[in-house]
Design a protein around this ligand. Structure first.
Ligand SMILES: Cc1cc2nc3c(=O)[nH]c(=O)nc-3n(C[C@H](O)[C@H](O)[C@H](O)COP(=O)(O)OP(=O)(O)OC[C@H]3O[C@@H](n4cnc5c(N)ncnc54)[C@H](O)[C@@H]3O)c2cc1C
Length: 353
């Protein structure tokens, strides 16, 4: 890992947790018990990682003490549990770079231009950052952020414009409906005239189609046409019957789903084993002291990618960092009986009298 000069005015943090999946959330809790305040960063605009993104309504049966809960319910319970420690959240931004500084602290930079300087880093990055699937069409990349916005897009940008919403799932349907009151026109573009969304949303879509507020186009984007001023003017479509069409637009909102990408983590100079971060199973420290890896992102003998294993890892990593900072072994305290832990949790009984 290379030493770098600090960027101007980074936020100061005791600890930064990269990834707000179930293990990152529990890491915040365990750090809080150790008296270490955390900043929490995730590429998604919300917490929950795979539980929320991949199986929000499916049951989980192997969380200790919870016979059954859905992915979404587990995330809500974890949110409740970490509430006393109120981590500073930086959501909707990916951690792009991480470097060690001369003073031993770490400097990280997010895709939103935020830099943070931290004493310790906890990488709970799972299978990678969840990022939007992108369109692989020549000529479109130049418009990302201006006339092409990826999920989650700000639908306020649609006001008064000819909008094409591309996608067939609930997020696309929801975006098309949200644009309807203000856009000059809305076309919902998908490869089939079949949309997956909650029944109430599908009914609303149907009503807006019947009223002529939302048009549906069936086809695949094969090209992009530019106006003389260089702006994106129209999409070229290949229809289901093999015919070609031109679809004029001012704004393209693409909702093509989310995919995990390991991304920059592999470039941070940390020892890896088959795309996972190698850790010491006694402390879950990586090859760089002060940087820990917990949950699906790590690798050690006997590793199992299960939430409860991630919870164990987060617990030992928090102890390890607390002892590294204290420079000595710390006594074990129980939340059941330790007044210090209960004070940190905000549940300590008030002194008598
Ligand atoms: C369908 C399905 C069912 C499952 N059922 C169970 C089950 O019943 N029991 C069980 O124990 N496990 C189950 N699992 C596995 C479980 O979901 C994972 O073990 C768990 O989600 C791992 O948690 P995590 O916090 O390590 O990572 P994740 O949940 O993957 O969260 C990682 C987060 O880190 C973010 N991130 C990554 N890189 C960056 C970066 N550079 N910058 C910013 N953010 C970043 C990602 O956006 C993501 O939100 C299931 C998995 C699937 C897919």
């Amino acid at each position: 890992m290379q030493a770098v000069a600090p960027t101007p005015l980074p936020l100061q943090a005791d600890a930064v947790v990269i990834g707000a999946g179930p293990v990152g959330l529990f890491q915040v809790f365990q750090l809080g018990l150790q008296g270490i305040a955390a900043h929490l960063i995730d590429a998604l605009p919300h917490v929950g990682g795979q539980c929320d993104q991949l199986y929000p309504d499916k049951p989980i049966y192997d969380i200790p003490g919870i016979p059954v809960c859905t992915g979404r319910e587990l995330v809500a319970l974890l949110e409740r549990q970490i509430a006393p420690f109120a981590p500073t959240r930086h959501l909707g931004q990916q951690v792009d770079s991480l470097a060690v500084q001369d003073d031993g602290r770490f400097l990280l930079q997010t895709s939103a231009g935020q830099s943070l300087q931290a004493r310790s880093i906890f990488i709970a990055a799972g299978v990678g950052a969840f990022v939007p699937r992108t369109l692989k069409v020549d000529g479109l990349a130049a418009f990302v952020g201006s006339q092409l916005r990826y999920h989650p897009a700000d639908v306020n940008a649609a006001s008064g414009r000819q909008v094409v919403v591309h996608g067939g799932d609930e997020a696309a349907v929801r975006a098309a409906i949200a644009c309807a009151p203000t856009a000059a026109s809305i076309t919902l573009l998908h490869r089939r005239d079949v949309f997956h969304a909650a029944p109430a949303l599908l009914a609303e879509l149907q009503a807006l189609r019947a009223a002529g507020r939302i048009h549906v186009a069936i086809g695949q984007i094969t090209g992009a046409q530019q106006a003389q001023d260089g702006s994106l003017q129209a999409l070229e479509l290949l229809g289901p019957d093999g015919g070609h069409e031109r679809l004029p637009l001012d704004l393209l909102l693409a909702y093509l789903g989310i995919t995990p990408r390991l991304g920059p983590i592999a470039d941070w100079g940390l020892a890896m084993e088959r795309k996972q971060l190698a850790v010491d199973p006694a402390t879950f420290a990586t090859s760089q002291p002060g940087i820990y890896a917990v949950g699906d992102i790590n690798s050690y003998p006997g590793k199992r990618k299960l939430i409860l294993c991630g919870f164990h890892e987060a617990t030992l990593a928090a102890f390890a960092e607390a002892e590294r900072q204290a420079g000595q072994r710390l006594p074990l305290e129980y939340t059941t009986s330790s007044e210090r832990l209960q004070t940190r949790l905000g549940v300590a009984p008030l002194p008598a009298g």
